[in-house]
Design a protein around this ligand. Structure first.
Ligand code: SAH
Length: 244
């Protein structure tokens, strides 16, 4: 084979290899759940009135299927809460979106979450550029959330295992507090750890009675609260598992 022919074969093989490799990365590199996630954002979240673009983008970016147990992955983008083990649940996507939008978080604000669970809400908060602090009382859930968030590369989230009833005094005050488990009354420590201008969203009510979602806002040291909708959350419990 003379030099010219070899050179020509080489010139043909290179683009062919390049085409093949980009076809492979196109097929396998893209998240196969992206179409389901887009549909979730359009039909469950935007259609119900969530309009903050950063919040919508956060739901498009966070791979919710990574936060649910393997056997429930195919339901990850369904319009419902799902079990995450230990008798706990990851909230319905719309509920997470509502609670995020109502807090109106600005970049760099400090946000405390009580009830890390799967870590999904914490990831959404990180996507809207909050500095996230999150507490989970059930250790196996805390460990699993930590691994999920680490594997996905989230860095601005600090996790703690323990009872969040008393908040997280060392890092207080917080610009926003989101509580994803329901106590029978709003914990005093959480009110105190709200910064001036701070917002809190929290379900209140015992497990077997009606719970309501409350939105609080601290202005000039005074807290105004409003009851926004009936909800269903797991109870807030202490480290012995007793409901507050
Ligand atoms: N935000 C979570 C939802 C988890 S459900 C998510 O996105 O997946 C609520 C969580 O609150 C449960 O994991 C439960 O174990 C936790 N929890 C209950 N009482 C708590 C308490 N006193 N302190 C911290 N976490 C608590």
């Amino acid at each position: 084979m003379n030099y010219l022919i070899r050179f020509n074969i080489f010139k043909m093989i290179l683009p062919a290899l390049w085409l093949l490799s980009s076809a492979i990365s196109g097929a396998y590199g893209q998240d196969p759940y992206l179409p389901q996630r887009k549909e979730m954002v359009i039909k469950q979240i935007a259609a119900r009135g969530i309009s903050n673009q950063k919040v919508l983008d956060a739901f498009l970016n966070v791979p919710r299927h990574e936060f649910v147990p393997y056997e429930y992955r195919r339901f990850a983008y369904a319009d419902q809460p799902l079990p995450i083990g230990e008798g706990q649940t990851i909230s319905q996507p719309y509920m997470v979106a509502y609670m995020t939008e109502v807090l109106n978080i600005k970049p760099g604000e400090k946000v405390l979450e009580i009830g890390t669970g799967s870590g999904y809400q914490a990831a959404i908060l990180a996507e809207v550029e909050a500095e996230v602090y999150s507490i989970e009382v059930i250790e196996p859930l805390a460990i699993s959330a930590k691994n999920t968030l680490k594997n996905l590369g989230y860095k601005n989230i600090r996790l703690k295992t323990g009872d969040g009833y008393q908040g997280w005094a060392e890092h207080a005050p917080f610009d926003a507090i989101v509580v994803t488990c329901s106590p029978s009354a709003i914990p005093e420590a959480l009110r105190e750890q709200l910064a001036e201008g701070g917002r809190m969203v929290i379900p209140v009510g015992r497990q077997n009675s009606i719970q309501y979602l409350y939105v609080l806002e601290k202005r000039k040291g005074k807290i105004r609260e409003r009851n926004v909708m009936p909800v269903r959350f797991v109870p807030m419990i202490d480290s012995q598992g007793k409901a507050y």
